[in-house]
Design a protein around this ligand. Structure first.
Ligand code: UDP
Length: 477
């Protein structure tokens, strides 16, 4: 249908596969309810094009797979000298994009609302100058949002105190969430004197300026923190905007399957017994060292369990972590004879697997994950227990909530050391696949799966939250 120009919602995404996927899912929800939607994506500066190569191809793939969703590429602004820190460079790029976003918003006949990725906080200025109501869409969990909302207060009231990086595993007590070991805070805020931390705090402090915050979670999964956010106890001394837990908005496996040929790993899974396979996959960027690949292989070998493992090339240089990497050379990376020895019970896939379909497959029994929030939601919706191995971004925090609060997984000890040992891989695989504790996890996840479906059904809590958001959007006009 021809979109009505009076009800266009502009979604401002940031680059990053894990951010783009849920943004497209949000767009689909709005389209289903008859609104016109445009996803405005920034153009990365040429100097950092390498860093965003995978995102650029993800935008193209998502656009091709979702013809109903329109994408608008915001032109690249003039960049001053690029920041040597790629993260700050990304934030700079988003800040400088506010001008072209403002111009774009002015060029549209009428915009009902602007929905911002949490990294796009500077775009609140574009909303203010055009008089368009602004909302955030947080594509990670409510627990992390609560921690972020509290951080400006935390830093203001502990001035002169130690940085998280110097506090080891000391427990931080933030409202609404379980105690968080300081060392599990995201690396961007570990050093309170750093420029990155200063910039994050400014952004977190601005979240309450939005008219509301959509969160890709569901109430059952994070009941306590959703209540705390609604009670306004996460931002001391200021009102918290309404929160709308509208998730889990994830890719539907069946849709993905229709698009192309079925991946060979799915046929392989067809031949495995129910719930017998451990799936290992570390997000769109996660890759481990060559030594770590060998440890995982040894652990999987001695566990005796079936496995499906997505292997990437190790990053040669930690500074180049976010760069696209070549295909892995399995002969070089895996222990000699590993593939032959495990050929009757294991499969190694290079680079990428259709994760949602794998998780929904009856043969999948456990998921070793880097705890990216999309991965967590996909596992919860499929009822698969997690072996949590956080790697980058806010994943250590996600791990705290998945294990301590949601009770949907176990920790891979050593995630914060140089190596997770083979013995640990074997131990945790056995724990989840064989023990009574594993059985309890499975029961918990079966409930998580049921509640996820309920949340999204007509009249379910996430559908109702979405309706509330739409009502507010109308009121705001
Ligand atoms: N993904 C996938 N196959 C892979 C790796 C990742 O389909 O081999 C998908 C996964 O299903 C999820 C997204 O990519 O939807 C990754 O998002 P997440 O938030 O888990 O992690 P990020 O990539 O942002 O770290």
């Amino acid at each position: 249908a021809e979109p009505s120009p009076n009800s266009t919602v502009v979604l401002h995404a940031c680059l990053g596969v894990g951010h783009l996927i849920p943004m497209v899912e949000l767009a689909k929800q709005l389209l289903r309810r008859g609104l016109a939607v445009i996803i405005a994506v920034p153009t990365p500066p040429a100097s950092t094009a390498d860093y965003f190569a995978s995102s650029a191809s993800a935008v193209a793939a998502l656009a091709a797979a979702n013809p109903a969703v329109s994408f608008h590429h915001l032109p690249a602004p003039d960049y001053p000298a690029p920041d040597p820190d790629p993260f700050l460079q990304m934030l700079d790029a988003l800040r400088l994009t506010v001008l072209s976003l403002t111009a774009f918003l002015r060029s549209l006949p009428s915009v009902a609302g602007l929905v911002l990725d949490l990294f796009c906080g500077d775009a609140l200025d574009a909303a203010a100058s055009t008089g368009i109501p602004a909302y955030f869409y947080y594509t990670s969990c409510a627990g992390v949002l609560a921690a972020f909302l509290y951080l400006p207060h935390y830093f203001a009231t502990t001035e002169g105190g130690p940085s998280f990086k110097d506090m080891g595993k000391a427990l931080l007590q933030f409202p609404g969430v379980p105690p968080i070991p300081a060392s599990d805070m995201p690396h961007t805020v570990l050093d309170r004197t750093s420029r990155t931390c200063a910039s994050r705090i400014v952004h977190y402090g601005r979240i309450p300026e939005a008219r509301g915050v959509l969160i890709n979670t569901y109430e059952w999964l994070e009941a306590r923190v959703v209540r705390a956010l609604r009670d306004g106890v996460c931002v001391p001394g200021r009102p918290t905007p309404p929160v709308y837990p509208i998730g889990p908005l994830i890719v539907k496996g069946e849709e993905a399957a229709e698009e192309g040929e079925r991946h060979v790993c799915l046929s392989w899974l067809d031949a495995q017994p129910e719930r017998s396979v451990v799936f290992l996959c570390f997000g769109s960027l996660g890759a481990v060292s060559a030594a770590q690949i060998k440890e995982i292989a040894r652990g999987l070998g001695s566990s005796g369990h079936r496995f499906l493992w997505v292997v990437r090339s190790p990053p040669e240089d930690p500074a180049k972590f976010f760069l696209a990497r070549p295909e892995p050379d399995l002969d070089l990376l895996l222990p000699e004879g590993f593939l032959e020895r495990t050929s009757d019970r294991g499969m190694v896939v290079k680079m990428w697997a259709p994760q949602v379909e794998v998780l929904r497959h009856a043969a999948t029994g456990a998921f070793m994950t880097h705890c990216g929030w999309n991965s967590v939601l996909e596992a919860a919706s499929a009822g698969v227990p997690m072996l949590c191995w956080p790697m980058y971004a806010e994943q250590r925090l996600n791990k705290v909530f998945v294990v301590d609060e949601i009770k949907a997984g176990v920790v891979m000890d050593g995630y914060d050391e140089e190596l997770v040992r083979a013995e640990e891989v074997e131990k945790k695989v056995r724990l989840v696949m064989e023990s009574e504790e594993g059985e309890k996890l499975r029961e918990r996840l079966a409930m998580a799966k049921e509640k996820a479906a309920e949340a999204l059904a007509d009249g379910g809590p996430s559908s109702l939250a979405f309706e509330e958001f739409l009502k507010d959007l109308k009121l705001a006009k």
